[in-house]
Ligand binder design. Structure first.
Ligand code: TTP
Ligand code: MG
Length: 367
């Protein structure tokens, strides 16, 4: 690729939950399996490629899946375990770049324009990642390599499973022109239907529409479709960094003692509360930090079964924590408070994010 083009990789694991189950339980290998509840109201989370041949797919009611494939084996999902595997996959990505944008438990974009191994071609990194995943995790991934996210995403879907597809800038239009508009990212069933009704079935047909026409009918997404049909997508790969805590601390010009400490605590608690609100951060754990004149630093924490956001909640807890610290006669030089998430909160939020992504997949067409 020419030097001014970005090198973007999209990696998507093949039949992720099902492949993990088949790996962990050799008796399931080569068999049609579905991960999910077999019960009358259950749905299939995902199906092994053996089961897909029968038409079984994600989000299909389990009863229907069984009709399509009578010998289908149902396996209960183990989200905790899949999340661990997902972290192992991420650790492999991190050998090559820190610019990683996860989009679901088994999918991520990587910007490898500047990479940690000095590779010149994105495809070499994609190969290395696939190789590492196979050798170390005994799983297969499909990867797409191109100069933007939209094309990398379509490319990773192109030769699933265990696929690797590269879309060079000079081949981009030829590549998308072969695809139905349903293959475009963000064109779900509802949008596809609307486009079909307008006589738009392919990328060249989409490209022949004016921007005004597309924004009139598809709002903001109109511009996105307009650009996609031209192979343009300038969105950066944005690494998702989870904020773990919000804090506030004050170092005093002179060491403080007695009532001044409580006064400072009130100020710090008020400022913390304001910061929490500004950052819309929710957390259930409060940590107090105190530094003595000799630079000894102590922290004390407490977790509650409610969100700590208002000073009326934070201050009494902070006072309790401070009361548990034996202060030197010389006073203190620093006082800090922070609110963080508990382990349980982090897990719950990861799960909620995950579920939200699935809902998005099914019901929204926005990008
Ligand atoms: P996908 O990447 O969409 O599917 P997949 O990895 O199973 O298969 P493919 O080879 O086509 O990529 O989703 C990743 C995991 O997310 C999937 O293994 C199970 C879970 N999932 C659900 O629980 N419900 C859903 O509706 C979808 C789409 C996925
Ligand atoms: Mg997948």
């Amino acid at each position: 690729m020419e030097p001014n083009y970005r090198k973007i990789i999209h990696v998507d694991m093949d039949a992720f939950f099902a492949s993990v189950e088949q790996r962990d339980h050799p008796a399931l290998r080569g068999k049609p399996i579905a991960v999910g509840h077999a019960g009358s109201r259950g749905v299939v989370a995902t199906a092994s490629y053996e089961a897909r041949k029968f038409g079984v797919h994600s989000a299909m009611p389990s009863s229907q899946a069984r009709e399509k494939c009578p010998e289908l084996i149902f396996v209960h999902s183990n989200m905790q375990h899949y999340r661990e595997v997902s972290e192992q996959i991420r650790a492999i990505f991190e050998r090559y770049t820190d610019l990683i944008e996860p989009i679901s438990i088994d999918e991520a974009f990587l910007d490898v324009t500047d990479n940690k191994v000095g590779a010149h071609f994105g495809v070499d990194i994609a190969k290395a990642i696939k190789r590492d995943i196979k050798a170390e995790l005994e799983l297969t991934a499909s990867a797409g390599v191109s100069y933007n996210k939209f094309l990398a995403k379509i490319a990773s879907d192109y030769r699933k499973p265990d696929g690797l597809c590269v879309v060079h800038p000079d081949r981009a239009l030829a590549f998308i022109d072969r695809l139905p508009i349903e293959a475009f990212w963000g064109v779900g069933p509802a949008t596809a239907k609307k486009m079909h009704a307008m006589g738009i079935h392919t990328a060249p047909q989409l490209r022949s529409q004016s921007l005004a026409f597309l924004t009139e009918h598809f709002g903001k997404a109109g511009l996105i479709y307009y650009n996609f049909s031209r192979g343009i997508d300038n969105r950066p790969v944005t690494p998702f960094r989870e904020r773990k805590s919000v804090g506030c601390e004050e170092t005093f010009r002179h060491d403080i003692r007695g009532a001044d400490i409580d006064k400072a605590l009130v100020e710090v608690a008020n400022e913390l509360s304001a910061r929490l609100a500004r950052k819309a951060f929710l957390g259930k754990r409060l940590t107090l930090k105190v530094r003595f004149p000799d630079f000894t630093t102590l922290t004390r924490s407490v977790s509650q079964n409610r969100y700590l956001n208002h000073p009326t909640v934070i201050l009494p807890l902070a006072r309790e924590l401070l009361a548990g610290v034996v202060l030197p006669a010389a006073g203190i030089r620093l006082l800090g408070l922070s609110v963080s998430k508990t382990e349980l909160e982090i897990k719950e939020e990861a799960l909620t994010r995950q579920l939200r992504l699935f809902e998005m997949d099914e019901s929204t067409e926005e990008i």
